[in-house]
Design a binder for this molecule. Sequence first.
Ligand code: G3I
Length: 372
Amino acid sequence: MFQHTPKVEFVRSVWRRATVPVFLCVIALQSGAASPQSEPIPPATVTLRQAAAVRKINIGAAAASPYLTDADYATILRTEFSQLQAENEMKFGVIHPRSDADPNPYDFRGADALVSFAQSHNMVVRGHTLVWHNQVSSWVKEGKYSAPQLAKILHDHIETVMRRYASKVYAWDVVNEAFNDDGTMRHTIWFDQPGIIAGAGTQYIEQVFRWAHEADPSAKLFYNDYDAEEMNKKSDAIYAMAKDFKKRGVPLDGIGFQAHVSLKFDDPAKLASFAANLERFAKLGLELHITELDIRLIDSNPASLTAQAKLYGEVTTLCVQQPACKLVQTWGFTDKHSWIPGFYKGQGWALLWDDKYQKKPAYEAVHDALAK
Ligand code: G3I
């Protein structure tokens, strides 16, 4: 319903939404030849990635290799996005499914396919994720390893995966979701069950950032979490860790804010809190990424889609207005493939394209926010 023909779309996209920077970009994309016609030559459609490029930020999407054979999926991914991130295929359980005693412990097929696709289409790749409590291989969880054995397993894993993708993956979510909502450390196999290092607090996180930096010194290293967008106990704990790491030279380059939200997030106080939170992390000298943005709905009525579009625009604008924010990435891009309906029963419709690959109002809102 929101997909227009290319011709209609280009007229609308330029004359309705283009402002000076994007208009200049569009002009720059045209051949410089003067037209003998009196009517202006219509400029090409400006994609999200073109609009984001003018802002000098990336627009990304989480993706899955099995869908790359779907022509609609692949076309949107390569034309609209400048960055790709594996939704699942670089996680421990997928990429390292068998024990190191096995002659073939790793399975790089999915990750390699995504990296290859990205390289073919001039997209950058963000890695996700090296250390997470979820999607850990059963051989690790059930192996009854001691702390030193577990540390060796994780160290080897980080080295193997990061070295394979060195110079191909520019940034990694080194550690994902290590804190509880109340700011305490999450009890995980890597932290304390049995954990990889004797000692409390964020010591194991520091250790894995140091291993990651050794494995690929050129990669940007991120800590990534959900429900840490606003100023709250979790973001305070991440901030305290980040401040400590920066002070002591631990190689932390940035923070990822997942931003899995509902329409409740469209609240001036919440959005102002998100902006203030971004600002305090920026003042530490960190790069900021919005890494997993989606806005779930309880129905797909026009009013809900309009409200969703407004919030997508507002979140994108927060990034655009914060100089340290260099990425807006959505968690998937089509409602055909989204984790939301499987996790939040009765909810969905969270992304920029619907399940038939038609652009939703949210697409226009993100585009407008990048272009204005
Ligand atoms: O690939 C298998 C398939 O072979 C099997 O038949 C099927 C049966 O359940 O499962 C498939 O694996 C599923 C996988 O997604 C791929 O679709 C897993 O069960 C399922 O648990 C997994 O869910 C992923 C989830 O992380 C795991 O916790 C979601 O796709 C993924 O979107 C989600 O992503 C996380 C981020 O990594 C971190 N932040 C939160 C975000 C949402 O939960």
